[in-house]
Ligand binder design. Structure first.
Ligand SMILES: [Zn+2]
Ligand SMILES: [Zn+2]
Length: 328
């Protein structure tokens, strides 16, 4: 197999050839067709996530074809098109696993972090954490659904049901998917971007946003909720200033710069700030069934697998309008 491997944080990924993996009991061997590049991969490479299992193959937006099933697998057959998301394993016995919040499991394993992921041409994965990909998506188009889509979907759910006017901060891969789902649900979108980022603002308007502008600017209406995808802590008080009493500010990223102090007034009125962590398998089943019905269309930019470092650099520099996807 061929893979781009993280051997040390803060260093570029290295191209390696290794013997092909074999599926163990309960696992599937997947011929990878595409793997999305997520901001979490940047945080991993930059050393902003604790205790990565180095060396590790990053990538948790994996789309491919089942090439072989291990002993005891009855969820899939050879030839099925499947996706592998961030949630790679949970313990099944902790209080969170037993109460429907396996995303908060005390002893989880995450794809492309503790478990080798999709920056490769083949991988093995636990079949219980793989999902059929529905719809007429190409493999590359489907890849961003696996994290940007899933985490975006969970973030949207956490914003509450009583949301007519929804703010979205940071208009990248997750936002462009969430905006389509939210529009489908009849909500109005207010997109906040880096000051002066006109291409991102135009992108948001093209996806049906009611308004797009610079973060820090007051939108034309009071918002019912806001989701922050940009890893910028200063956006938390900025978003709190835009939401109504009882409104919810959802932080959708795994890592954020420090949140500056802010006056209690902007939290007062039962406003809520909350994070979203990981995903449950139910989120995956629900969202992957919903996406083709919306239909969610993904905007992507493909890179050959050996150019994974260039794709990460483009994401870091903010030079992408859609999602970067690696093709082996
Ligand atoms: Zn658990
Ligand atoms: Zn991700």
């Amino acid at each position: 197999m061929k893979a781009m491997v993280l051997n040390a944080v803060g260093r570029p990924l290295q191209f390696e050839e290794r013997p092909d993996p074999r599926p163990g009991a309960g696992e599937v061997l997947i011929d990878i067709a595409a793997c999305g590049v997520c901001r979490t991969d940047l945080h991993l490479v930059d050393g902003e996530l604790p205790d990565p299992a180095l060396p590790v193959i990053p990538g948790h937006e994996v789309v491919g074809t089942v090439a072989e099933v291990g002993e005891g697998v009855d969820r899939f057959r050879t030839g099925d098109r499947v996706g592998v998301p961030w949630l790679g394993h949970v313990c099944g016995t902790c209080r969170y696993c037993l109460s429907g919040t396996e995303n908060l499991c005390d002893d989880p394993g995450f794809t492309g972090y503790q478990i080798d992921g999709g920056y490769a041409d083949v991988t093995v994965a636990d079949a219980q954490y793989c999902f059929l990909i529905h719809g007429d998506y190409t493999d590359a188009e489907a890849a961003p659904l696996l994290c940007a889509g899933l985490i975006g979907y969970r973030s949207l759910r956490m914003a509450g049901n009583d949301v007519e006017h929804l703010g979205i901060y940071g208009f990248g891969a997750a936002a462009h998917i969430v905006a389509q789902v939210a529009r489908h649900q009849g909500r109005n979108i207010y997109a906040f971007t880096r000051p002066g980022d006109e291409p991102a603002q135009k992108f948001a308007m093209d996806l049906g946003a009611a308004w797009a502008g610079d973060s820090g600017v007051t939108p034309p209406v009071e918002l019912d909720a806001a989701i922050i995808f940009a890893p910028v802590g200063a956006l938390v008080p900025a978003a709190l200033r835009t939401v109504r009493k009882g409104g919810i500010v959802v932080c959708g990223g795994i890592h954020m710069s420090n949140i500056p102090t802010f006056p209690y007034d902007i939290l007062w009125g039962e406003r809520v700030v909350r994070s979203v962590a990981n995903l449950t398998r139910q989120d995956a089943e629900e969202f992957l069934a919903l996406a083709p019905k919306v239909p969610v269309r993904t905007s992507i930019e493909t890179f050959p697998l050996p150019e994974a470092n260039e794709a990460l650099d483009a994401l870091r520099a903010g030079n992408l309008t859609g999602a970067a996807v690696l093709i082996p």
